[in-house]
Design a binder for this molecule. Structure first.
Ligand code: GLU
Length: 458
């Protein structure tokens, strides 16, 4: 291609990306998180349209940023005092070009349309990266499970699923857990769904209890997968987790099992947090204590210091990033790690960052890490292990078989290695070697965009 033509095509691709972004901005006013996630993907995709003008011709960017449908509904329920409460429920079915909609359900007071759309949009690319046949979706409610009794949670969940049951199904849309939703809530949803439909549709939810149709290894998969991905990234530089100091934000499902795997690979985890504050344990966090407090007893992380006298509790979870470490794994929630935190981590010598949560680092923080040569693994690649094992749960449900935990873990390792490889290769092929953000966005996009072209314009 001569230089002039190349310049011309480059500016056409740039104009296209710019124009569609303006359109998305106009159509989704004030949706901060959704626009942030869109912007991040768009920034990576410019070189793709240069190589693949057919995607412009087919309006892929316009179509891929508009969800197939957004379902929003009232969830009324009665609390323990007999008072009627109303919450808002959502399900965003973003894209089903490569499989049924798939993605978690989040119960958290911050849930709104922007957050649901950003999560469903990201999920579309994440799910494509797993190499499994699953489309992208997400759901949730602004219901706050904190301080609610188990019966209240059950009544709320039953009301939520009574409405949502009209839109989901094993070959249509398969929800799972996310923040505030674990196997207990999935159990309530599954029970209510089957009651309404009058059958036993095993594959309609994933993240079920392994004793009633769930997959072994699902609970551990997101955290373990994140560590497997970062281990691959370190290996690429001749390094590993062994002997490293690690900090992990959060103390929920993802954080707990990321800590467990990092320790198993020879690292010391110095700190973890919850939404109130963080604990620093110079002798290394004891994961069994964290599990006891958070997974089983539903307590605050502050109580860790009761069991480990040398550990210190600090108010304010964001200050966790001031702890010096080699590897940081943000595993709590979106935008929890800002530019100033990235600067602090970098000044303290961080070598690698892996996102266990969805979009925990702000755009500025990501740029700061990359500008300083810190290895950076974006969530849609690094935390894809959870949904990958969900897809394995769907397979097991279809076959009416259960794999052993070893089989699942072996498959998870292969998936994470493949995701690493696809991100690495796409980054190289498109001229951004070592940039896993660009690599993940391009590799995920190509898979979905190809299917969209193949299936015609709709
Ligand atoms: N909520 C998880 C995620 O963000 C898991 C989704 C699933 O297993 O469907 O990927």
């Amino acid at each position: 291609m001569d230089l002039l033509r190349e310049q011309e095509q480059k500016s056409r691709a740039n104009d296209y990306v710019h124009e569609v972004y303006e359109l998305v901005k106009k159509r989704n006013p004030g949706e901060k998180e959704f626009l942030q996630a869109t912007r991040e993907i768009f920034d990576s995709l410019r070189p793709v349209f240069l190589k693949h003008p057919e995607f412009m011709h087919n309006g892929i960017l316009e179509r891929i940023t508009e969800p197939d449908r957004v379902i929003s509904f009232r969830v009324a329920w009665e609390d323990d005092t007999g008072k009627v409460q109303v919450n808002r429920g959502f399900r965003v079915q973003f894209n089903n070009s490569i499989g049924p909609y798939k993605g978690g359900i989040r119960f958290h007071p911050t849930v709104n349309s922007s957050i649901m759309k950003f999560l469903a949009f990201e999920q579309t690319f994440k799910n494509a990266l797993t190499g499994m046949p699953i489309g992208g979706g997400k759901g949730g409610s602004d219901f706050d499970p904190k301080g609610k009794s188990e019966r209240e949670i059950m009544r709320f969940t039953q009301s939520f699923i009574t409405e949502l049951s009209k839109y989901i199904g094993a070959d249509m849309d398969v929800p799972a857990g996310d923040i505030g939703v674990g196997k207990r809530e999935i159990g309530f949803m599954f029970g209510q769904y089957n009651r309404l439909k009058g059958g036993f549709e095993a594959g309609v939810f994933t993240g079920k209890d392994p004793n009633h149709g769930g997959s072994l290894g699902r609970k551990e998969a997101t955290g373990y997968g994140c560590v497997y991905f970062v281990e691959e990234m370190l290996k690429g530089k001749g390094d590993s987790f062994a002997g490293k100091k690690v900090i992990v934000s959060g103390s929920g499902n993802v954080a707990t099992y990321a800590m467990e795997k990092a320790i198993e690979l020879g690292a010391t985890v110095l700190a973890c947090s919850d939404s109130s504050g963080y604990i620093y344990d110079p002798e290394g966090i004891n994961v069994e204590t964290v599990k006891k407090l958070k997974e089983f007893d539903n307590k605050r992380i502050q109580e860790y210091t009761k069991f480990h006298k040398h550990a210190v509790y600090y108010e304010g979870c964001n200050n966790i990033w001031s702890v010096a470490c080699d590897i940081a794994l943000p595993c709590a929630t979106q935008n929890e790690l800002e530019e100033t935190d990235a600067a602090l981590l970098t000044a303290n010598g961080v070598k690698a960052v892996g996102e266990g949560a969805n979009m925990p680092c702000t755009e500025e923080a990501v740029h700061a890490f990359q500008a300083n040569g810190v290895l950076f693994a974006p969530g849609k690649a690094a935390n894809a292990g959870g949904v990958a094992v969900s897809a394995m749960e769907m397979s097991q449900n279809s076959m009416r078989l259960s794999w052993t935990v070893e089989e699942v873990d072996e498959k998870l390792k292969v998936v994470m290695k493949n995701i690493y490889r696809s991100c690495f290769d796409a980054a190289e092929d498109y001229g951004y070697p070592g940039n896993f953000v660009v690599g993940a966005n391009i590799a995920g996009f190509l898979k979905v965009a190809d299917a969209m072209v193949a299936h015609g314009i709709h």
